[in-house]
Design a protein around this ligand. Structure first.
Ligand code: TXA
Ligand code: MG
Length: 332
């Protein structure tokens, strides 16, 4: 039986020696073998680093939840090599096909009706839909191809923490809890994929991310979900209110720095800030720097991070979504 949803913390993960290897031919080959054998392997994608496991294995997928300390009601994105492979697991109507053709490989996840029992119900959190994505980097797709299985992969951080955009971030988050980290380039996009549900009612944005809503709407009409669900019944459960949380507090829309705060600027408006996400006001550049900057400022031990206003269009939608969650009171 599928275990009942539970928000209680998973049992302590077993200790594992975590191997760090460059994402060259030998590294990819070993990582693929580890995945195939049921191991936990972190790998680079263009959005953030993912923590991968064989999506067809309940035991391997359970390992992801355990290593991350992730609530089990939170379903995972299944990564595949190409659209052809995705068609084996999900039902793609004309709208879904248009989006896949326009943006895959790339930072778009499509939630579609599941058509196969091969994907672990644990990865789907018992839902009748499945989240599918074809990641951009050759390294990621070579890994999936080598493993020969669909790869379930959430961001490779402890549940609730800031998503990793480099192999070093992954080691800091999950070293000793997973089998291997495949080290590639830092993630170029820097925020997670845009998630769109394409169900009989049409296309609906579930999570803003690396592809701007405006770009999706050039291809098909896309609605925006207002109801983010509840803790018991999350719509896109990465959408829990507290997420991406640094240890420090986060104050949004800051135009002046208060004593004791570290400043995170955008477009050169916050005098005395430690870092500017994009001095020229480029939202893509800001997204790419966001998690790195939060992580680095947090590491200084400062009590409060004050963040300048970021416009709410293009990738700004994803940036503000992550910032609001980073700023939400703990336990929300
Ligand atoms: O960019 C990304 O998407 C990264 C990289 C590694 O690919 N992955 C990622 O996964 O962000 P994760 O697990 O942190 O976020 C998965 C999101 C969650 O919000 C989850 O609730 C949603 O996808 N999701 C997965 N399956 C779903 C489903 N069947 N229906 C609705 N939402 C789903
Ligand atoms: Mg995540």
């Amino acid at each position: 039986m599928f275990p009942p949803p539970s928000s209680s913390p998973s049992p302590r993960p077993e200790e594992r020696a975590t191997l760090l290897m460059a994402a060259d031919t030998a590294g990819i080959k070993l990582a693929a073998a580890r995945l195939k054998a049921g191991g936990l392997v972190a790998f680079p994608t263009e959005t953030v680093y993912g923590l991968g496991a064989d999506a067809t294995s309940d035991a391997a997928v359970a390992g992801i939840f355990q290593a991350k300390g992730r609530p089990r009601f939170n379903p995972l994105i299944v990564h595949v090599q190409h659209l052809q492979a995705a068609l084996a697991y999900g039902l793609f109507d004309a709208t879904a096909l248009k989006l896949a053709h326009a943006f895959w490989p790339g930072p778009l996840t499509l939630v579609v009706p599941a058509v196969s029992d091969r994907i672990s119900l644990l990865a789907r959190a018992g839902l009748e839909t499945v989240a599918l994505r074809v990641p951009g980097p050759d390294v990621a797709r070579a890994l999936i191809a080598g493993a020969g299985v669909p790869v379930a992969a959430p961001s490779a951080n402890r549940s609730g923490a800031i998503s990793p955009t480099s192999a070093a971030d992954v080691m800091a988050e999950l070293g000793g809890r997973i089998d291997m980290v495949l080290e590639g380039r830092p993630s170029a996009i820097g925020v997670e994929s845009t998630i769109v549900a394409v169900l009989p009612g049409g296309a609906m944005l579930l999570r803003p991310g690396g592809i701007a809503l405006e770009r999706l709407r050039e291809i098909v009409p896309v609605g925006v979900q207002q109801d983010h669900g509840t803790r018991e019944r999350p719509q896109a459960p990465g959408q829990l209110k507290t997420h991406y949380a640094p240890r420090a507090g986060v104050r949004l829309n800051a135009t002046v720095l208060r004593p004791g705060e570290a400043g995170l600027d955008f477009g050169g408006v916050l005098a005395g800030a430690s870092f500017d996400l994009s001095p020229s006001g480029d939202l893509g550049e800001a997204a790419a720097h966001l998690f790195r900057a939060l992580r680095d400022l947090d590491a200084t031990g400062v009590g409060m991070i004050a963040v300048a206003p970021v416009p709410d269009h293009g990738l700004g939608l994803a940036i503000n979504d992550r910032l609001q969650r980073a700023a939400a009171p703990r336990g929300a």
